[in-house]
Ligand binder design. Structure first.
Ligand code: AHR
Length: 624
């Protein structure tokens, strides 16, 4: 392949050849007349690594709690509040609020829960009654939970409500999302209440209420409300998972990011605290992104999600280092054991110690865990190399086939420690990202492969999701040039999700709130250059007449205004548009729109029958 060399304009040209997908991606130049030539040698295509395109999920921006995890109740165990909490009493019950005043109700917390790892329960002392000297107000007194910035309740959908209750006397409690009356004579021991409610109407801003008009003391704990129709019934919010499925990620890196490290080690994500029955998970305060998570989406759920979306899991674990404190290498072995146990949990035989815990949670078959990352962005820290080697050696010994990812950059010099991959993160302006197109050209081919697990254009180029900022996506195709295709194995944009009510980091690929979702241009991929470009494409190395008009397409993602952003109101303002490529041929004159990302998919004769089948079964464009 050769191309004239002047800045601006990029196309992605994809060929479907043979039995596997081969791709050629080119940065091309444009001359003063805005005309460019692109020469493609189709006989020398190189396969893109199977794993190249993936996703990185971090618990940031309420991506999981109040996001991908479909739990509607925020602070279901009464211990967290949004920014504080833990197992102390009195605890912060925010965002729960009290219905009634001090003359009719006293609300507090105590440590009387039946869950050993989660001792706090809500105590409601009801001072009013349905009759007598102090009559309860109409509707009763109690508490309500507004969810994560409003619960989205849809007419006709069914919600499973679970909570635990105890009282010394009989209770008369109303539960309303829609409305349910709960009359129980004997709840002197903790009693699990479970019911299915069908919503009678749609309300994007609903709340869950627990109220009573009966005098007495009631304890409540572990209140959950989940829609029944989660993705594959595994607890993930359907429309958010669909956004992931649609981009066909080959891997899922999780659960962070800085979330894995913690500002302090005591607040880092610990996988053993995130598994087992949800009622027993203590939850933790993510002190980097400053919010509580009940760890409903825990280690098991991340593995399950990977399997559900057809992506390989890549587990990032803490290596004894946080932002502020670190474990000395001489005392890091308990952390190493924790990582080994975590691998056994994922991959072990159902009879193994931790494999049996996984099996008990509903997945006897091992998960396909092939890669783990030893820490996140810790290379510069004092104990990193020492700690890393302890992890690396122990894991290699127990699991020789696992690919391990170092935090140290191996793109410009060889690593001084063994690794199968090295992590590479970049957040910068659009221009400096473009100037990095050759970042991996001279990297040693003998060393570990690059895993670009976090990249994005940030700052004013990007806003909260402008097309200009999305130019970074074209950085990925640049690696599939022949100079780099054998160096960069995996890449993922970051961050993946943002709940619009808690923007901790901009921009992000997918924006949602309780009821709506859209992809920013980075989700879709955009490119830049402010003039249209005439492009002459010449393809060598193909049989004459082998390109077929009937199946070749052109997909363009563009926007007339670089400042355009998608929004809940206009979720499809900047989205890709695919049309039939009418002049598909070995030699083609095409026009590349300004500020666009353009992909040409040429259909080759030999694959026609295979593609016809695919096209007719799946593609609305060809169904017409
Ligand atoms: O993606 C946001 C943050 O950026 C990640 O937590 C961290 O790894 C990086 O610094």
């Amino acid at each position: 392949m050769a191309a004239t060399k002047v800045p601006y304009g990029v196309i992605l040209l994809c060929f479907f050849l043979g039995t596997c997908l081969l791709s050629q991606c080119f940065a091309i130049g444009v001359d003063a007349n805005q005309t460019a030539r692109l020469f493609v040698n189709a006989s020398q295509t190189r396969p893109i690594p199977d794993t190249l395109f993936g996703i990185f999920f971090e618990e940031i921006n309420h991506a999981g709690a109040g996001g991908l995890w479909a739990e509607l109740v925020s602070n279901r165990a009464f211990i967290s509040g949004f920014e504080a909490g833990g197992q102390n009493i009195p605890s912060n019950i925010d965002p729960w609020s009290i219905i009634g005043d001090e003359s009719s109700l006293i609300v507090s917390t105590d440590r009387s829960s039946c869950f050993e790892r989660n001792k706090i329960a809500l105590r409601m002392e009801v001072l009013c009654d349905s009759q007598g000297s102090k009559v309860c107000p109409t509707g009763g007194v109690g508490v309500y939970n507004p969810g994560f910035w409003g619960m989205d309740i849809k007419q006709g959908k069914t919600y499973k409500i679970v909570f635990y209750i105890r009282s010394l006397g009989s209770v008369n409690l109303s539960l309303s999302l829609t409305s349910l009356e709960l009359l129980h004579s004997d709840v002197s021991n903790w009693t699990k209440v479970e019911s299915l409610l069908e919503a009678k109407e749609t309300n994007h801003n609903a709340r869950l209420q627990l109220t009573t008009t009966k005098k007495g003391v009631i304890w409540i704990d572990q209140v959950s409300a989940m829609p029944l129709d989660t993705h594959k019934g595994h607890g993930f919010r359907n429309e958010l998972v669909q956004m992931l499925v649609d981009i066909k990620p080959r891997f899922l890196r999780f659960p962070g990011g800085c979330f894995v490290e913690g500002e302090w080690l005591r607040n880092a994500f610990r996988w053993k605290e995130s598994i087992g029955p949800w009622e027993e998970r203590p939850g933790h305060f993510g002190d980097v992104w400053m919010y509580w998570t009940d760890d409903g989406i825990g280690y098991y759920e991340f593995l399950q999600l990977s399997e559900d979306i057809g992506a390989l899991p890549i587990w990032v674990f803490n290596n004894g280092i946080s932002h502020q404190d670190q474990v000395d290498t001489s005392s890091v072995l308990p952390f190493v054991q924790e990582a080994l146990d975590g691998i056994e949990f994922a991959r072990g035989d159902p009879n193994s110690t931790w494999g049996s815990v996984r099996a008990a949670m509903g997945h006897p078959k091992p998960f396909d865990l092939r890669y783990v990352a030893i820490g996140n962005e810790d290379c510069g820290k004092k104990n990193y190399r020492g700690n890393y080697l302890k992890f690396y050696e122990a894991i290699k010994l127990a699991y020789p086939d696992i690919g391990m990812i170092s935090n140290c950059d191996g793109s410009s010099h060889q690593l001084d420690h063994p690794a199968e991959f090295y992590d590479f993160h970049v957040y910068t302006s659009a221009s400096s990202l473009f100037s990095m197109a050759h970042q991996f050209d001279h990297t040693s081919r003998d060393g570990p492969k690059a895993f670009v697990s976090e990249y994005a254009v940030t700052g004013k180029d990007a806003g909260t999701g402008k097309p200009f900022g999305s130019t970074c996506r074209s950085w990925v195709p640049s690696w599939s040039r022949k100079e780099q295709v054998d160096v960069v194995s995996m890449a993922s944009y970051a961050p993946l999700f943002v709940n619009s009510n808690d923007r901790r980091w901009n921009p992000d690929a997918i924006v949602f709130n309780s009821s709506h979702v859209y992809g920013t241009p980075s989700y879709w991929v955009v490119n830049f250059g402010n003039n249209s470009v005439k492009l002459k494409i010449s393809v060598d190395g193909l049989d004459p007449n082998s390109i077929k008009l009937s199946g070749s397409t052109k997909t363009v993602l563009t926007s007339s205004n670089l400042m355009d952003e998608n929004s809940f109101k206009e979720p499809n303002k900047v989205v890709p548009n695919r049309i039939l490529l009418e002049n598909a041929d070995k030699d083609m004159d095409v026009v590349i729109s300004p500020h666009s990302f353009t992909s040409f998919d040429l259909l080759k004769e030999s694959n026609l029958s295979r593609w016809k089948k695919l096209i007719h079964s799946q593609d609305p464009l060809f169904k017409k």
